[in-house]
Each structure stands twice: as C-alpha cells, then as structure tokens.
Write a protein that binds this ligand. Structure first.
Ligand code: GPW
Length: 754
C-alpha cells in the first residue's frame, strides 16, 4: 500500500499536510490507517476457540507493535524520515494503556501477540480501567499515586455496541464491550482483546487514586487494583472480577450459539484459560449459565472442568486469593449455591481439608477451586512448577497428577527485540538472515559468529548506541544525566521485598563507602532502578524512599559522583522498559531463590544482550542452563537451602548483623545523619529496622556473595571482546524464551485449538 498517499489524504481531511502536521496529528493519521487496514482482516478460525481471561493486559503502546506485525514499520519509518520526523517522535504522542501491574499483565499481552501470530483462534477477556494502575510521582522523595488516564478521544478502543447484563446483588449492571485488535505477525490475522466497561464511568478523582467505593455502578472500572502479589482492597475487587467473568462467560455462550453449537458442547469448542486466580469465578459462573440452559449440575461441572485451564504465578502464600463467602453473597449471589455444590463435589473426591474449596470459616479458596475444576494446572518456569508439585500444591498433585505441568514463560520478540531494538535486529538479520523473525530459535545461528571479532565489535557498538539513546531519553523525559560510557546496571520490576531491591541498595552503600576510601573503580557505574510499589505496601514504599535518598547523597558527593550514579526512574512502565532494556549491560535478577515464579524481564534483557547477575530462581535457572555458567553471574543460596531455612525457622538477621562487622557498617549507614537528611527519615529508618529484626526475604544472607559476584562481573566488563562474546551467546540462546514457543506448548498440551 502507498503509505505516503494514505497519510497525506487523512492529514488533508484534518486540514494539514505531512510536512506541516504535528507529531500528534501524524499519530492520529497512522492510528486511523492501521485501524482501517485491520477492519479488513479476519480473526483466526478453527473448531475450538480460546478465551484468555486476565484481570491485566499490560499491552504497552500499540502503534509500533501494530506496524511491526502488519509488516509496515520500516516503510512508515522511511516516509516519516522524508518528512522530517521519526516513528519514535510520533509514538511519543501515544499514551500508554495502563492496564496491568507487572509481569503477569505483560505476559498476557505477549501471549495475545503470539496466539495471533501463530494463527490460533483466541481472544483476551479483561477490563477497561479508565485511570489505569497509577502514575508514580516521586517529586517529594516518596511515592505518590496519581490517576493515569490513557483513553484519548481517538484510541485503539473499538466500541462494539454489545453489552451483557451482569447480575450483581444490588441488581443488574450492563457490561459494555470494547475491543482492541490484535494483529498476528505478517499473517493477515486479527484477533481481539475484549475489555468490559461500565456504561457511565466516574470522572477521574482530582488527586490520588481513592474514589467512592460505594459507587460501584460508575466506579467499577476506574482503577486496576494496584497490588501485585498482595491481597488488599477487597470488596471492590470481587465486584471487578465478577463483572469481568460474568460478561466474558455470556460472550462465550453467545458466540458458541452463533457458531451453531449447543451449550453442552462447550468443552469441545471452547477453551477457557484462567490467568492466576483473579478470573476464577468464571468456573461457577459458567456452571450457573449452563444450568440456566437446562444442564444438570454434575454434567455442567464436568463440562466446565474439561473447558478450563489454570495458571499459577506465585508460591507466596499472601498472594493466594481467598474470599469470605459473605463477600460473594453480597456481590454475586447467583454463584453462591454453585460454589457450595462445587465444594461438596470436591469433598466427594477427597476428604483432605487442605484442598477444600470452602474452609471451616466459610472462606472460598480460589486456587483450590481452580485446581479441582480445571483439567490443566501449570507453573510458569521449571523450578516453579517443581516447587508447586513437590511442596505448595503437593496434596493436589497427588490427587490429580495428570493435571500438572510446566509452561516456561516467554516474551514476544516482535516487541522486545524488533520493536525496541531495531539496531540489534538489523545487525542480527545482516548476519543470519531474517528467519529468526518467524522462529526465534534460529537466533542460535548467531553462534557461528562466535570468535568473529568484527561482528562482536559491531554488537558492542549497537549497545553503545542504545546507551547514548537511553541517556538522551532520560535527559528529555526524566530530567536525569547519565554517562553513556559507564556500565549500565539495571533492575526494573515491581517493588517487592522478595525481589530484593533493598539488597541492591546495600551494594550502592558498600560501593559508596569504598569510593570514599579511595577504592575507585576502573570505570564509572550507573545503577538504574525503576519500580512502582503497591500503595498499601509500606516497606516497598520505604525502600523507594531509601533509594531516592541514596541517589541524592551519591550525586551530591563530589568524591563519589564521578564514579557512581544511582538513578531511580520515575513511573516505570512498558515504554520506559523499551528504552531501558536495549541499553542494559547488566540485568539484575536477584530475588530470593524459590520466590520469583519465573520473571520475564530476565528474558528481555538476555535477548537484548545484557548479562544476567542473578540467583538460581525462576527462569534464571533455565537461562543458566542455556548459556552455561561462564556466560552468567550467579550468586546466593539455592532454593533447597532457602526452603529448608523456612521449614526449620532457622534464619535470624540479627545474628548476621552481630557476626559480620562489615555488613553491620553498611547497614548502620542507612541510619547515618547524612543519608537521613536527604530523604524521608521515617521511611528510611523502617527499612533499617526491618533488615535487622525481620529480613523475611534473607537479603543479609546473600548480601556478601552478591557484592563479591557483582564486583567480578563489573571487572569482567573491561575485557570488552570477552564480554561481547558472552553477550552474543546470551542473544543466541534467548530464542527458547519466545512466547511463540510457550503458546505452542499451551496449545499442544492444554488448549488443542487446531
Ligand atoms: F501473585 N506475577 C505478577 F501470582 O506479575 F498473581 N503479578 C501477580 O499478581 C502474580 C504474579 C501473582 C508475576 C510473577 O511474580 C513473575 O515471577 C512471573 O514471571 C509473572 O507473574 C508471569 O508469570
């Protein structure tokens, strides 16, 4: 198609020209062009259709991703260049849809991209949160949450004109369906993400993210619950969940009927996937709807069990959702009798109280309901699946051994290499051709260039260019200066104690004190962190305050500033990740072994040629197996050791503090007057106290090893050729982590779509 002509025509209707238009106008013209092209395209077809239910779809900006998949990104870039702008400048006018917290939501977005790209019939089902998660404001030295509205007058949302009536306890509420189109990669397929919404949404609160919880009819889709892995803010969340699953279940049955099938044939023609426990009420809701259509309870339960699959994303006990039956009675009285019947059915299969759907306090255990009434249950990395089967879900695995499997997570290389790192993508293509774009495992062909000094040099130069671009972006967007010749050491993910950003802070203090003593490094180090904390998670917010104060202290110290920077990127989101990850030298993946189910930024960094500094946790284990010990920096206690320490209650940070003078000095520095003066002293002191009194995620246990291995890693950076070789192996081996591979496995073992 003639892109220039198409854009010129649209811009003429808007009263301007390609040369005269603002980037915002060009963005609108491109949005319309993409949407027009996609209305011509068809969803994938097949005998079975998947509905992927998720409370989060962290899709990121959509313009570039759509252009990449339509095969138009390069042509658009050329046209824009001829008229004095770039796709990067134009896409900066696109607000990022704020529909997820972190890894779980981003995984769902990668999965939709892969499902469409593999030509499989499958749609997403979620909610249209108007003000998103929250925008993070750090201007006062602590995190403040602000609404993050993202729906512009012209956006990717398509009003389908369809709605379903959700039977809440207070009466029916219409769930209006909006769609976002999901094109496959150069295959003519467009699937859909269905986002349900109330008909008359509340206006955004002027400040903060609190809103009238009593006004469910209007406020239900205002905000995404801002807790990741913590279970808070409860009743409204039950309203949101039931709204999503009831509307989604009605959509499924309507489409089943349209396709000419009877309700009792549901399991033959539909696969439902439950992304963690947030959509679990889809099980009793589907049973209820089948019973309304004349099917007996026992048959309905059987059909639903054969239809549903469930993915678990955590072993953190506090993240497993449980709802008091009283809540469900208030929100969704229609499914209460169904849940009692499901509980009775599960009790007929086993008398083991540990796996009961409803416990002795009349509390519903969502994960338990999922395992009994799904035909497949999976973990998200090999180690995580093993821990599920051997400990966390052992009684279940003994009851239903055939249900359990692993599906190691993945990422879409369309966004996380072709989209965010076009320079690396074209270097790779020059070297090995472009088969890797359809089959990421072909990246292994790069191994033939190992030992090719010229190629490794080009690889290092691509990284340098990306570091310069990141420096420019940080200056323009976040008002911070970084030295592109320093080592970029990056930890970006949600703020959580188990991910151990607080241990990274200990490293910064250690390094600061070293430099003060005259032990300056070979080369300056830039530590970059970015993370949102759940608003009610005090210690996580305190850790942000500590890191901000540390960053200030370092920057204001003329002896240290030339050698060390600690940058905390405000409002970390998908867009920021797309700038940060291609520029990283070192990828920090330092969770306490056994606690990070998988991680997915570890995969993105690897594909972009960063070396991992990490524990043997989650998918890091598989990264280490793929690249070999010489191409990764591992430290810390093993998951077996950690699980043993928890079982025996055998960890006391106070003892570590008393026994290890050097570590005690670093810890005590947290409460030094110079640091307390540079931030919120109350927050910072709480972090200190927690380290010594609790340290639930054992940062002190691994801190020494962490510092030592990090130092070795940073020293290795100086042998640029050897470092480049390691980066090459990491890129070459990253293809395993394509979400296309993950989705093929889901389809082969669970969904059976075609
Ligand atoms: F608690 N994850 C997440 F398991 O991002 F539900 N949000 C969540 O609420 C949960 C998990 C939940 C993450 C895991 O922490 C991460 O290890 C994993 O890579 C990701 O989900 C995708 O599986």
């Amino acid at each position: 198609m003639d892109i220039e002509k198409n854009l010129s025509q649209t811009l003429a209707e808007m009263g301007t020209t390609l040369d005269g238009a603002t980037n915002a106008q060009i963005f609108c013209a491109l949005l319309r062009m993409v949407r027009d092209l996609e209305t011509e395209m068809k969803p994938a077809e097949g005998n079975r259709k998947l509905y992927y239910f998720s409370a989060e779809f962290l899709v990121g900006r959509l313009l570039r991703a759509n252009l990449v998949n339509l095969g138009l990104a390069d042509d658009v870039e050329r046209v824009l260049a001829a008229h004095g702008t770039t796709l990067a400048a134009v896409e900066d006018c696109e607000p990022e849809p704020s529909l997820g917290n972190g890894g779980l939501g981003r995984l769902a977005a990668c999965f939709l991209d892969s499902i469409a790209s593999l030509g499989l019939p499958g749609d997403g089902v979620g909610l249209n949160y108007h003000y998103g998660l929250f925008r993070q404001d750090l201007s006062e030295g602590v995190q403040r949450e602000e609404p993050n509205p993202w729906i512009a007058p012209e956006s990717w949302l398509i009003d389908t004109g369809t709605s379903f009536s959700v039977p809440f306890g207070f009466g029916p509420l219409a769930a209006h369906m909006y769609d976002i189109e999901v094109p496959g990669y150069e295959n003519g397929v467009v699937n859909r993400l269905h986002l349900f919404d109330v008909e008359e949404p509340s206006p955004a609160p002027a400040r903060g993210i609190a809103f009238d919880k009593g006004d469910v009819r209007h406020g239900l889709t205002s905000f995404l619950y801002p807790d990741d892995s913590d279970d808070a803010g409860r009743l409204l969340r039950v309203y949101q969940q039931y709204f999503m699953v009831s509307a989604g279940a009605q959509l499924i049955l309507a489409e089943l009927e349209e396709r000419g099938f009877a309700p009792k044939e549901l399991d033959r023609h539909v696969a439902v996937h439950i992304n963690d426990t947030h959509p679990s009420m889809v099980i009793p809701e589907l049973v209820r709807l089948l019973m309304e259509r004349g099917i007996e309870f026992e048959d309905a339960a059987k059909i639903v069990e054969r239809t549903c699959g469930y993915t678990n994303h955590t072993i953190l006990a506090e993240a497993l959702e449980t709802w008091p039956m009283g809540y469900i009675e208030q929100v969704a009285p229609g499914i209460v009798p169904v849940i009692y019947q499901l509980d009775a059915l599960a009790r007929a299969r086993t008398d083991d109280e540990r796996v009961a759907v409803i416990d002795g306090n009349d509390v519903v255990h969502m994960a338990n309901m999922d395992v009994h009434f799904s035909h497949a249950v999976n973990g998200v990395a090999a180690l995580h699946a093993q821990i599920l089967v051997e400990s966390e879900m052992r009684p279940f695995a003994e009851l239903y051994p055939e249900k359990f499997s692993n599906k190691t997570n993945g990422i879409t290389f369309r966004r996380w290499l072709m989209g965010c790192n076009p320079e690396l993508a074209s270097l790779v293509t020059d070297a090995i051709g472009d088969d890797w774009k359809r089959d990421a495992s072909r990246l292994e062909d790069l191994l033939s260039l190992s030992g090719d000094a010229g190629f490794v040099q080009r690889l290092l130069r691509v990284k340098e260019g990306n570091k310069e671009r990141l420096a420019a972006w940080l200056r323009a967007e976040k008002n911070v200066e970084v030295d592109p010749h320093s080592i970029f050491d990056i930890q970006v993910k949600r703020m959580h104690q188990y991910k151990r950003q607080q241990m990274n802070a200990l490293y910064a203090i250690w390094k600061y004190l070293q430099i003060k003593r005259g032990n300056v490094p070979n080369r300056p180090l830039t530590m970059v962190l970015g993370a949102k904390a759940a608003p009610a998670y005090t210690l996580a917010k305190d850790t942000i305050a500590l890191l901000l104060a540390l960053g200030r202290l370092i920057a204001e110290d003329p002896e240290v500033a030339p050698w060390l920077r600690l940058v905390f990127v405000e409002n970390y989101n998908v867009t920021a990740a797309e700038h940060l990850i291609p520029a990283a030298d070192v990828s920090e993946q330092i969770s306490l072994a056994s606690k990070e189910a998988s991680g997915t930024s570890n995969m993105k960094f690897m594909a972009n040629g960063a070396l991992t500094l990490g524990t043997l946790d989650g998918a890091n284990v598989e990264i280490a197996e793929l690249v070999g010990r010489e191409n990764i920096y591992l430290f810390g206690r093993s998951s077996e050791d950690v699980i043993g320490l928890y079982d025996r209650c055998d960890y006391r940070p106070w003892d570590v503090w008393q026994a290890d003078g050097e570590l005690a000095e670093i810890l005590d520095f947290i409460c030094s007057p110079e640091l307390l003066a540079r931030g919120d002293a109350g927050c910072i002191t709480r972090v200190y106290r927690d380290f010594i009194a609790k340290d639930y995620f054992m940062a002190l246990l691994d801190a020494r090893d962490y510092v030592a291995v990090k130092e070795r890693c940073l020293a290795d950076y100086e042998d640029r050729a050897a470092w480049g070789e390691k980066a090459l192996v990491n890129i070459a081996k990253s293809g395993f982590f394509s979400s296309d591979r993950t989705i093929r496995e889901y389809n082969r073992d669970i969904w059976h779509l075609s």
